[in-house]
Design a protein around this ligand. Structure first.
Ligand SMILES: Cc1cc2nc3c(=O)[nH]c(=O)nc-3n(C[C@H](O)[C@H](O)[C@H](O)COP(=O)(O)OP(=O)(O)OC[C@H]3O[C@@H](n4cnc5c(N)ncnc54)[C@H](O)[C@@H]3O)c2cc1C
Length: 469
């Protein structure tokens, strides 16, 4: 396996001699299969004749920690543990319930490690950890990109738009769109379980979440359960039922023709590389064209990672291109009518039934269909007192409610609503020359009535017929 361009060594500490294991710290990519970072940890361990220990934590103190995000992560834990045990890899899961509990599990485990290997990921808590931990951890610290098909490290600068990154991706795609190789460890992990390990079985999850000092006002998604098995099932359902109709129906929310994989990609339960390989394989067996899907999954998604990697922090209006900043400045004081507060948006209390339904989809499912998500974002801009307020409302709502939020895709796409990676259009109030989307356009192009009825039913019953068992 060639990990060139995926691995960054983030300190100058040596690999520790006489250690007990190589430690993999799953910060973002919570999976066993198709994980370049875990493969790198295994290669390192095999070269030192050591076992691998996989550590993942869930703390009560990350931004927006709530029942929805906690439940999704916890649902993946039994799966991960089972799969690691079969491979002979050790596993520690630590649930830090209270702010007053010690926050040192990683450092304690690192004391016996030859090296710490972790995820290289450009948003949420990972950039902060990867900037501060290497100097304090006392051992070699490697960050590995296992989120992108084409490693982020191959693109040395911020790309302007999809049309600039697309040819660069295509040029090297053949060498990266390949299975990452089998995960094999030579030495089995045999140490006793760490004292701070938290056992998670499905029946205990609700109780564990209730014990945590987190925001209990955001309930679990009614549609998505976390974990590898769920991700695999979603992928299989997509290739079998939806791939053949993706290009025609992906922009029709009530058709449910998309993959719904974004929460699993965000938490790393599955990788875009695994998804792309499976989709390509199914398309070739069944003589289908998968180009539109692969464009979203690879080009659009990796444009977002490229943006986040080269634009720290990737969530301010200052990140926007010059033409956008100029036109928004010109229209910053335009009159907004109607004009809503963040709380009104959050409670889905606008005059617009379609917009309210998209917000309710976010509140209930933890995700909005991609086509209406553009409408959702554009209207927050149109009806907020200032552009800055619109940005902070969108980020707040995604960070808090979206299972796929806090992702490079979150910030790049919210900023897309402000003109990022886009081009100028006809000038109009509030937006200037940034693209506008109208309700009439949505009514013309999609079955708004079917969507409204679907969301009303979700609200009434609290049950999603598209939930997988
Ligand atoms: C305002 C706004 C906010 C958004 N916030 C998020 C977010 O928080 N997290 C998120 O993953 N996506 C976000 N998107 C992009 C897109 O809406 C979602 O990726 C998509 O709806 C996820 O559903 P799916 O998995 O069924 O997509 P599919 O159509 O099945 O696509 C497969 C995968 O391709 C990628 N993809 C699809 N569309 C895009 C796109 N426009 N840009 C980049 N990658 C894409 C995603 O990883 C997606 O899971 C946002 C878009 C807008 C307009």
């Amino acid at each position: 396996m060639d990990l060139k361009n995926r691995v960054r060594i983030l300190n100058s500490q040596p690999v520790r001699l006489g250690a007990r294991y190589v430690l993999y710290w799953a910060q973002m990519n919570r999976r066993v299969e198709g994980n370049h970072a875990l493969l790198h940890a295994a290669e390192l361990a095999n070269s030192l004749d050591l076992p691998v220990l996989y550590y993942e934590g869930l703390t009560c103190s990350y931004p927006y920690a709530n029942d929805r995000l906690h439940t999704f992560v916890l649902e993946g834990v039994p799966d991960t543990e089972r799969r690691l045990r079969k491979l002979g890899i050790g596993y520690v899961f630590h649930l830090r319930r209270r702010q007053s509990d010690p926050d040192d599990a990683l450092y304690r485990l690192a004391q016996d490690a030859a090296a710490v290997v972790t995820d290289d990921y450009p948003t949420f808590v990972a950039p902060r950890h990867n900037a501060s931990v290497p100097a304090k951890v006392g051992v070699a610290y490697h960050a590995v990109d296992s989120s992108c098909v084409v490693p982020m490290g191959l693109f040395g600068k911020r790309e302007y738009a999809a049309y600039t990154i697309r040819p660069k991706i295509r040029r090297v795609l053949g060498e990266h769109l390949v299975p990452p190789g089998p995960l094999k460890v030579r030495a089995r992990f045999a140490d006793p379980v760490a004292s701070f390990h938290t056992t998670v079985d499905e029946a205990r999850i609700t109780r564990l979440v209730a014990e945590c000092e987190i925001d209990h006002s955001v309930p679990p998604s009614i549609s998505f359960r976390g974990g590898r098995t769920q991700a695999e099932r979603r992928l299989e359902r997509f290739v079998k039922d939806n791939l053949r109709r993706y290009s025609r129906h992906r922009n029709e929310p009530s058709a449910h023709a998309t993959s719904d994989l974004s929460p699993y990609l965000h938490f790393g339960n599955i990788s875009s590389l695994e998804v792309a390989l499976r989709v390509r394989e199914h398309a070739s067996e069944h003589k289908l064209v998968a180009d539109e899907y692969l464009e979203e999954l690879i080009v659009r998604r990796e444009l977002a990672f490229n943006f986040a990697r080269h634009t720290p922090p990737p969530y301010t209006l200052e990140c926007l291109p010059d033409w956008v900043r100029a036109t928004l400045a010109k229209h910053g004081r335009d009159k907004r009518s109607p004009c809503y507060t963040r709380e009104q948006f959050e409670r889905a209390e606008t005059h617009d039934e379609l917009w309210n339904s998209t917000q309710k989809e976010l509140l209930l499912r933890g995700k909005i269909h991609g086509y209406y998500r553009m409408y959702w974002g554009k209207k927050v801009i149109e009806w907020s007192a200032a552009h800055e307020d619109a940005l902070s409302t969108m980020i707040h709502l995604h960070d808090r409610y979206a299972l796929d939020g806090r992702d490079p895709n979150t910030y790049a796409n919210i900023l897309w609503c402000f003109g990022l990676h886009d081009r100028p259009w006809r000038e109009r109030p509030v937006f200037g020359t940034v693209r506008y989307i109208s309700l009439d356009g949505m009514k013309r192009k999609t079955d708004v009535g079917a969507y409204l009825a679907e969301i009303a039913q979700l609200e009434r019953t609290g049950q999603d017929p598209f939930r997988l068992q």
